[in-house]
Design a protein. Structure first.
Length: 134
C-alpha cells in the first residue's frame, strides 16, 4: 500500500513539474537612472515580459509626497503618457501593461513621486527614467 501511495505522489509531483508555466521571454528592458533632483544612489531596472507584464525593480528611491507610480511616456511628446501602476513598499513589483499599448511608441519608463490627492495626472515630480530597448 505504501508503495502505491508513493508512486501516486510521485506521479502528481511529476505532473505539476511538467505543467509549470513556460518561462517568460524579456521583450524589452531599461536601466532607470535618477533625475537631477534625486540622490545618485537611486536606481532601477525594468523588464517587459512576453506575457504582457512589466517587472520593475528600484533601489534607494526617495518618497517625499505619497506613493511611486510607473508611467510609460512617448519620448517624442512627453505629454502623451500612460500610468501602469503604483509600486508597493518593496523594491520590486510586477505590473500589467494595458493591452494595445504600442511599446515602440511608449518606450520611456518614468517613476514619479505622486501625492495622495486623488488627482490621476502625473505630478511632474519624476524620480527615475529609462528608455526601453529590445
Amino acid at each position: 500500500m505504501a508503495a502505491v501511495v508513493l508512486a501516486l505522489a510521485g506521479t502528481v509531483v511529476a505532473d505539476r513539474i511538467v505543467r509549470r508555466a513556460p518561462a517568460q521571454t524579456v521583450i524589452a528592458q531599461a536601466a532607470l537612472s535618477p533625475l537631477a533632483t534625486v540622490t545618485a544612489q537611486a536606481s532601477g531596472s525594468v523588464r517587459v515580459l512576453s506575457d504582457g507584464k512589466m517587472r520593475v525593480e528600484v533601489r534607494h528611491l526617495p518618497l517625499t509626497a505619497g506613493f511611486h507610480e510607473v508611467w510609460l511616456l512617448d519620448p517624442d511628446d512627453l505629454t502623451r503618457m500612460v500610468a501602469i501602476g503604483t509600486l508597493p513598499d518593496r523594491p520590486d513589483a510586477v505590473l500589467p501593461v494595458p493591452p494595445g499599448i504600442d511599446m515602440n511608441r511608449y518606450r520611456l519608463v518614468d517613476i514619479s513621486d505622486e501625492p495622495d490627492d486623488g488627482d490621476a495626472a502625473h505630478s511632474g515630480r519624476s524620480l527615475l527614467r529609462g528608455t526601453l530597448t529590445n
